[in-house]
Ligand binder design. Structure first.
Ligand code: PLP
Length: 382
């Protein structure tokens, strides 16, 4: 089986798994148990991990709140900010892009349905870029929160987060950046760029599933989603997920050292794969912004060949996807592909391919042949 679905999740790096195992066995303590050394060791391990997470995104350890992943981080950021504003008697107005992940979109839609927020949804162009002038106009009209992702989970488009943060600062609007697909792939400078909140998910960069963080600028007011033991400054109660945190810390440490070189090599393999597919399959279309996308992203369409027919033929040999994992199982066409205005043929034939650091040249060559054979097989039936 060749795994090419790295946007959905990544295999855990064996060096990360070693640390997780340590935290589940020898280092198993509760980081809040201050009455003995086993608790102290767990707390020390959390402190070390927090430093690695902070370093990777240019933040300080005090900015880090550990969560169960990006979905929770995003909910804490949006609901926590909105609840605080409501407590002050403000009816909040959120600006968000139309290509945000469902974790952002659905949280905002539910708040809108409850009559608690007003939404301004920013459109994108054919390559999934937002118009910064339009964002600025929105801010000028009075916005209380901006939600824009750092990189798109379907077509891989990378957003100018530094420029967006700059606009947000001019108008003094808090800015939530969903960086789930970007952290560990491209440089992020939380403090220098002036981002207010940043969501991270460890399983997107060779860490464990079910652990992530919300990075929060000091002084940004948030109400918690969960109440209980008052962990993490009262913002996220619940015993800390030590194996997850230690694993995430190690994954961040490794990314900091290896990201640049790994991403350069991954981008090279992606380009070879793209070239092979274009050569082998007439009419193949590459979607998104080819000049400005994640190194591991390859989003293609085989016009007139339904993606479900391709998946049915390759699924035992090749792990690729028709869209984002979080919404597969739901039969609706991708909101991202709709937003970039692709025609129905192209949407129906779309496949998301994600390469990562364990993808080999042999995988790329073999996968191109598997997809070509499936396409020829279907074309013969048409
Ligand atoms: N945001 C983006 C852009 C994602 O790609 C994902 C996961 O696919 C999420 C948020 C949700 O992350 P998690 O699965 O860690 O909750």
């Amino acid at each position: 089986m060749i795994y090419l679905d790295y946007h959905s999740t990544t295999p855990v790096d064996p060096r990360v798994a070693q640390k997780v195992l340590w935290a589940m066995t020898d280092g198993f303590g509760n980081a809040s148990s201050t009455d003995h050394e086993i608790g102290d060791a767990a707390e020390a391990a959390v402190t070390v991990a927090k430093r690695y997470v902070a370093d990777l995104v240019g933040a300080a350890p005090r900015n880090i709140i550990f969560t169960s992943g990006s979905t929770e981080s995003i909910n804490l950021a949006i609901q926590g900010t909105i609840q605080y504003l409501e407590n002050k008697g403000i009816h909040p107005h959120i600006a968000l892009s139309v290509v945000e992940h469902k974790a952002v979109l659905d949280t905002c839609f539910v708040l809108q349905d409850q009559g608690r927020v007003k939404l301004s949804i920013l459109p994108v162009d054919a390559q999934a870029h937002i118009d910064l002038a339009q964002l600025e106009e929105s801010c000028a009209s009075g916005i209380h929160l901006i939600c824009i992702m750092a990189a798109n989970n379907e077509v891989g488009t990378i957003y100018p987060i530094d420029k967006i943060a700059h606009i947000a600062q001019i108008y003094d609007v808090p800015f939530l950046c969903d960086a789930s697909q970007a952290v560990g792939k491209i440089p992020i400078h939380f403090q220098d760029w002036g981002i207010t909140m940043l969501s991270i998910s460890a399983h997107k960069f060779y860490g464990p599933q079910g652990i992530g963080a919300l990075v929060v600028k000091r002084g940004h007011p948030l109400e918690p989603l969960l109440y209980g033991g008052g962990h993490q400054g009262g913002l996220r109660s619940g015993t800390l997920n030590l194996p997850g945190i230690v694993g995430m810390g190690e994954a961040c440490r490794l990314r900091e050292i290896e990201m640049e070189e790994d991403e350069r090599i991954i981008g090279g393999k992606r380009d070879i794969f793209q070239k092979l597919l274009i050569e082998k399959i007439p009419g193949l279309v590459v979607n998104g912004d080819q000049e400005n996308r994640l190194a591991g992203n390859l989003h293609i369409s085989l016009p007139k060949i339904p993606n479900s027919a391709i998946i049915a033929r390759v699924r035992r040999k090749l792990a690729i996807s028709t869209g984002s994992a979080c919404s597969s199982g739901v039969e609706a066409p991708s909101h991202v592909l709709r937003a970039i205005n692709l025609n129905e043929d192209i949407i129906e034939g779309s496949l998301r391919i994600g390469l990562g650091k364990f993808t080999t040249y042999a995988d790329v060559n073999h996968a191109a042949i598997i997809i070509q054979e499936a396409a020829m097989n279907i074309q013969a039936l048409l």
